[in-house]
Design a protein around this ligand. Sequence first.
Ligand code: AMP
Ligand code: MG
Length: 480
Amino acid sequence: MPVHADYRPAPVFFDLGPDFADAVEAARFPKADLRFRNQRAAAEVGLDGLSEAEWIAAFGRFEPLPGQPGPLAMRYHGHQFRHYNPDLGDGRGFLAAQMWETPQATAARRGARPRLLDLGTKGSGQTPWSRGGDGRLTLKGGVREVLAAAMLEALGVPTSRAFSLIETGEALERGDEPSPTRSAVLARLSHSHIRFGTFQRAAYLGRVDQIEALIEHVRSLYHPQVAAGDAPGLLRAVVEASARLTARWIAAGFVHGVLNTDNLNVTGESFDYGPWRFLPSYQPGFTAAYFDQTGLYAFARQPEAVFWNLTQLAGCLKLVAEVEPLTDALNGFGPAYIRELRAAFLMRFGVLSLGEAADQRLVDTALALLREGGEGLRWEPLFFDWFGGFASAARALSGPRAKLYQGEAFDAFRFALMAHEPDRIERLEHPMFAAREPEEMLIDEVEAIWAAIDAADDWAPFRAKLARLEAARLAWAFTA
Ligand code: AMP
Ligand code: MG
């Protein structure tokens, strides 16, 4: 397989040994139609030179890439809706490969050091952890994950990226989709698939040696600023990364939907997109998953959910560390989240910091305006209309929402926003800002994209949406 000179395999999870994963084989699918290939992500790991046939061999049949040992189903437990489940694990996915990003990719994100990246799958077949499930992914689920990841990346949220989507030609039965429904296999590129639940499994088994091995593995590869053996220090790093992620979800108006401990990883990147939604307008109780009847993972409860999950991770670390420093690390979440929320709002409005009090005023007044605006003022347009602060005032006040921009809540918001200088004002020259409406990802549009595929095998709306999201990503030009 003609991989790039910059392709650097590093199957390090394999080195942790047999306690953490099981070697598995991918299912054999009746067909392999390539529906989405992320060339930009592929270039970041030196895999952009694969021919279509080679790509399908690698991500449809999972013939191991050079230097990779073959698929590993990862073992983990987790709390699902706060109930402990020791029967989880990769039931329809596996870790397909690990590699270092290319030097160009490190430079492009202004990273101090290269990142280790995982290629994981969804829908690649049954494993020892399938629990009677078919190990498959619906095509609609795959399409939804591609769209969610692209939107989140454009909005500056740390996220896994959809790498490949291949339709596999099976007919799946699902209780929550019209069935039979089409099947697919997805590959995603992410910084790590080590979950809070990976630690929970080791703790549940009372395996101090496994906890220690995991700590060293995660510390040395993903949080190297933490000293060896410093479990509270590692917790602090995960708390910080999780607080940043949560703040960015909130600023993006994103509801993940299933914040179980097996769906949060140690690098603070979101992944595993199932019943996600973006907020139409500010509704704190907005819930994404129909099966989340109590609203446990509602929009505004996401910080609380992430914190609760972090307390479970801290509990696992008690096997090797004192309670007090762990508690201290955990208590860093609140302040970190509030700090990161300010940063996330500044980022989304494209303005520079003016100190804590002024930055906080921007968050508070923007939320108050969104709350008061009700369903008439959608979430995403506020950030779009006012990007760059005063530099956008004329545009916002002559745009389609001009009538909404009046009254006391608006005045307070405008006052708070105008105090801030624009950050990289030249971004407003991008043609995206000449449009009247922003790029959104509301459920009706997602359903319409799927309906075209479902009814007529028409992939044009899906591709057009991805092209617009790529333009939006370049226009916003948010930095990590
Ligand atoms: P998720 O809600 O996608 O994070 O999945 C929760 C757990 O259920 C994980 O252990 C998955 O591997 C497993 N799972 C979900 N769907 C399937 C399926 N169709 N077949 C087998 N396992 C599944
Ligand atoms: Mg999951």
